[in-house]
Design a protein around this ligand. Structure first.
Ligand SMILES: Nc1ncnc2c1ncn2[C@@H]1O[C@H](COP(=O)(O)OP(=O)(O)OP(=O)(O)O)[C@@H](O)[C@H]1O
Ligand SMILES: [Mg+2]
Length: 266
């Protein structure tokens, strides 16, 4: 059974793309097959982090200009990418014909994937909520920055109220140490438990690490190039945690469910 996990946040720049790419590379290294959907239309940059240049995007698939196989790019061993580009915006308001095209194309995917990771834009725009609500597991990335916490709360609140989502995973990023990681999680979960009917599941923390920052600058993945660094070690633990845990939502299915949901047939 394959799984879909969206990496999302209320505030921008908290490390979603960095975590998606490194977790995917790590799962790929372990022999898993991973598909990334780059769902950030403004700053679509998953390919850049992998040091490759993707051709095309999902918008061209929806318009019939390309097949899904033509826009999928292999970015690392075991890891494929569907670039989103402006096409992501359209995913939340597909025409009937486009829904048909999307499902038809997805059913033609040649490879079977174990995981689909969705990198979303930050915030509570419709298309972000839409991608999150189609994913089996919503992984909210937060940092110790107070605005990151309030924005994460706002995102969880709208997903709960508008999309009836009530289970979320949380990873804390750019923390000083594990103690701070847990503190940040508890701040968020305390407020969420008090005011909303949701449950939050802590998936761990990633330390602020200069080596990671440098590797992003040189378009390299820290789990590949500096695998013993603190951030790489923590990202490996996160990948293991995601891999070893039970399927998060019993109600939602895997990759096929995700596409069905986007197409409105689920
Ligand atoms: N654990 C970390 N330690 C140090 N720097 C980090 C860490 N995580 C992310 N960064 C840095 O933070 C910056 C933002 O990261 P990234 O682009 O992954 O965030 P994002 O949430 O995807 O942003 P956006 O909301 O714009 O899509 C990058 O320069 C990255 O190198
Ligand atoms: Mg990003």
């Amino acid at each position: 059974m394959n799984r879909t996990i969206s990496f999302t946040s209320g505030k921008g720049g908290v490390g979603k793309t960095t975590l998606v790419c490194n977790v995917a590379a790590e799962l790929g290294r372990q022999g898993k097959r991973v598909l990334i959907l780059d769902g950030d239309l403004g700053m679509a940059n998953v390919d850049i982090l992998f040091g490759v240049r993707a051709q095309g995007n999902i918008g061209q698939v929806l318009n019939g200009q390309a097949t899904i196989e033509e826009v999928i790019t292999e970015v690392a061993p075991g890891v494929d990418l569907i670039p989103g580009g402006s096409g992501i915006y359209g995913l939340s308001r597909l025409e009937p014909l486009q829904k048909h095209v999307l499902l038809d194309q997805v059913s033609r995917l040649n490879r079977n994937y174990d995981y689909m990771l969705i990198d979303t834009a930050p915030g509570i725009d419709d298309h972000v909520l839409y991608l999150n609500s189609a994913a089996q597991e919503i992984l909210v990335v937060v940092t110790p920055d107070p605005t990151s916490l309030t924005d994460a709360y706002a995102l969880i609140k709208v997903l709960n109220q508008r999309h009836r989502e009530n289970r979320f995973s949380v990873v804390t990023n750019m923390v000083k140490d594990e103690i701070e990681g847990r503190q940040v999680f508890h701040k968020l979960s305390d407020v969420a438990n008090r005011f909303l009917c949701v449950s939050l599941n802590y998936r761990g923390c990633i330390p602020a690490d200069l080596i990671l920052r440098q590797s992003v600058r040189s378009q390299q993945l820290v789990v590949q190039m500096q695998s013993r660094s603190p951030a790489a070690t923590a990202i490996r633990a996160l990948a293991d945690n995601l891999r070893d845990s039970q399927r998060f939502s019993e109600i939602k299915g895997g990759i096929q469910f995700f596409w069905n949901q986007l197409s409105g047939v689920a």
